[in-house]
Design a protein around this ligand. Structure first.
Ligand SMILES: C[S@@+](CC[C@H](N)C(=O)[O-])C[C@H]1O[C@@H](n2cnc3c(N)ncnc32)[C@H](O)[C@@H]1O
Length: 612
């Protein structure tokens, strides 16, 4: 405190940052070392601007006068709150494997509730994951209920957690067994958010609590399970030891203490039994049965009782996009829990592969040539088929596809919105694959989840437009794309290049497939019409008669120089490129999505349905 208390002294931002780091570490245990100083300085500068563009010295005065509340602000500002639903799947798998034991202990002490503490729970995703988990699995034990207390040092995080409202995109990552009927989506302006329903929320309470001072919040309560994950990595080992020693008294006999996977308690001198990596009990295991999962840390988990999940999971990935397959290979190659034993580029190839190999699970795209994902499921999915996870460019909300695949046996659904963020989906893909072994009943008892009920109907189709640009050799792809359009459609403009003399010929070739005409007239705003056009002659005319944001443009095959220059200079709401590795490099950066052409129709439909 000395630094702050010298009156009228001028301080540099570096001095204040060093001081602030110090008091935050003292208060919360989070070590803010030299390599975090630039982060501390940047966040501090922002705080000083928010307080009225204070200088470093003015901020010192402010901190002095408002020490307690400002320290809380600083702890919130300088600690990491990153979290997500069903983080670290193995902990949930362990709880499920040991649920019977937990239930037995609760009954033996004459209780009716499993009690869980989620300490350092951040914004509550961990608490609600646990609540959905117990709500689902305790259906087998109707005499028992559960209670989860979520705590964190950061009041802002606790406010979010108590509110129970999350961006809808985050909710989508929750495995389908646990999401079903537990969330209410907002309507209108707030449709991007979903709120946890009361039957889940009523089991959860939240409090601000410092791990160093749990007494005033926890009192004399005891718990069957304490989650304290992904917080010790920021602490000195002596502080971890202090906290763990203190938390021992809040556990019932044989209670579980669970840290983050990267936070071993190996080096702390608290007497403990390691039941699985990062899962501990502080009691000696009395007999073999109650410790049936006890293993020594670093021992291969295969040595424990049979896992609910095969190890490794022998996987088949089915997708017609070479880039997606490559990314899936990357996702699974560095994870010993998975063995990607094969790939297939459509449903027919998948059938052949499955006849010749033992497969534990598969990922399946929806839109593929020859046999698409839905056809595959309709034909092949029956009891005994390996779990199928849909990984598709179609939106989870698109009732035309997602719900249908789930109805026909898929265990869950992961959106792959674009190639450049498929890697971010790695955890979700892996979690949902593993979950499919925990919740095998789901496929049998498909329940329609209203949370995802959105119809992708294109409103006022005559004000919008689909542009398809292709060379004549791509004719078949264009025909199939047009044939897959259902319901009232915006006008479709098929632009060919350098073919203006042959447009009538092309039109004749295409006309047996659908009703179309050569672009001659000026009235473009007609629904359910297909116009055959010449890129050079007609593009500007057509383009200018629509709002750019109302146009979806799909490029089949190689884009010519003329088309590339249009795409680079004219704004268009959506640009879709074909997933062909070595071409269209110059325009790849401005494309919204790069996918096989089989995905163009539904990606454009989703875009145009949302464009206003
Ligand atoms: C990275 S998050 C982890 C959230 C969640 N447990 C998980 O594993 O996803 C770490 C949380 O620990 C909280 N935290 C840090 N120091 C704390 C302390 N001394 N007492 C209580 N919570 C603390 C932070 O506010 C933050 O929300």
């Amino acid at each position: 405190l000395n630094l702050i208390k010298k009156k009228d002294h001028l301080y540099s931002i570096e001095q204040v940052a060093a001081y602030v780091s110090d008091i935050v570490t003292k208060e919360s245990g989070n070590v803010l070392g030299d390599n975090q100083q630039s982060m501390v300085i940047n966040r501090l500068k922002k705080r000083m601007i928010d307080l009225g563009d204070l200088s470093a010295s003015e901020y010192c005065d402010y901190l002095n006068q408002n020490f307690k509340p400002e320290l809380a602000q600083l702890v919130s500002l300088l600690t990491t709150h990153h979290t997500f639903f069903f983080r670290e799947f193995c902990h949930f798998e362990f709880l499920l494997k040991n649920l019977e034991d937990i239930v037995r202990r609760v009954r033996e002490r004459g209780d009716k509730k499993i009690k869980v503490l989620s300490a350092a729970c951040s914004r509550g995703q961990e608490v609600y994951s646990l609540a959905m988990f117990f709500y689902y699995h305790l259906q087998e034990y109707p005499d028992l209920s559960f209670e989860i207390i979520g705590t964190d040092i950061d009041p802002e995080s606790i406010k979010v957690a108590s509110n129970g409202v999350y961006p809808y995109n985050e909710i989508k990552s929750i495995p389908s067994a646990y999401i079903t009927n537990n969330w209410q989506r907002g309507t209108g302006e707030i449709s991007r958010f979903a709120k946890v329903k009361t039957h889940i929320k009523k089991h959860c309470t939240f409090s601000v609590m410092n791990l160093f001072k749990p007494e005033s919040i926890l009192g004399s309560q005891k718990f069957d399970v304490i989650f304290c994950r992904n917080v010790f990595i920021y602490f000195e080992i002596a502080d971890v030891e202090k906290i763990v020693l203190n938390f021992k008294k809040y556990l019932y006999p044989q209670g579980l203490f669970i840290t983050g996977l990267s936070e071993s308690l190996k080096s702390i001198s608290v007497e403990k039994t390691t039941l699985a990596p990062s899962i501990y009990t502080f009691d000696k295991q009395k007999d073999e049965t109650s410790a049936h999962n006890a293993i020594v840390e670093n021992v291969n988990p295969k040595a424990s009782t049979p896992s609910l999940v095969p190890s490794p999971i022998r996987l088949l990935a089915v997708d017609d996009s070479p880039s997606v397959l490559k990314l899936l290979e990357k996702i699974f190659s560095d994870d010993p829990a998975f063995d990607l034993i094969g790939t297939a580029s459509n449903g027919l190839e998948a059938e052949v592969f499955l006849r010749a190999h033992k497969v534990d699970a598969m990922t399946l795209d929806i839109h593929m040539p020859e046999m698409d994902g839905l056809e595959y499921l309709k034909k092949n999915f029956k009891p005994g088929h390996p779990p199928v996870l849909i990984v598709s460019s179609a939106s989870r909300e698109d009732t035309r596809y997602a719900q249908q695949t789930l109805r026909h046996g898929a265990c869950d659904f992961v959106e792959k919105p674009a190639l450049n963020n498929l890697l971010e989906r790695a955890d979700e893909i892996k979690n949902k694959l593993k979950m499919s072994f925990l919740n095998k009943t789901i496929a049998k008892s498909f329940k329609k989840e209203s949370l995802f009920d959105v119809d992708f109907k294109i409103q006022q189709p005559e004000t919008k437009a689909r542009f398809l640009v292709a060379s004549f050799s791509d004719k078949e792809k264009v025909i199939k794309t047009c044939q897959s359009m259902k319901g009232d459609q915006p006008p479709v403009f098929i632009f060919f290049e350098g073919n203006s003399n042959f447009l009538s010929l092309i039109n004749e070739e295409l006309s047996p497939c659908f009703f179309n005409e050569i672009l001659l007239q000026q009235e473009f705003h007609q629904k359910n019409k297909i116009f055959i056009c010449d890129l050079k002659e007609d593009f500007q005319r057509v383009y200018q008669s629509f709002k750019p944001s109302q146009i979806s443009l799909s490029v089949f095959g190689i884009a010519s120089k003329a088309l590339s220059s249009i795409i680079l200079t004219q704004s268009v709401g959506q640009v879709l490129l074909e997933d062909l590795e070595s071409i269209n490099k110059d325009i790849k950066l401005v494309a919204n999505d790069i996918f096989p052409w089989t995905s163009f129709e539904h990606l454009a439909t989703e875009y145009l349905a949302k464009a206003d």
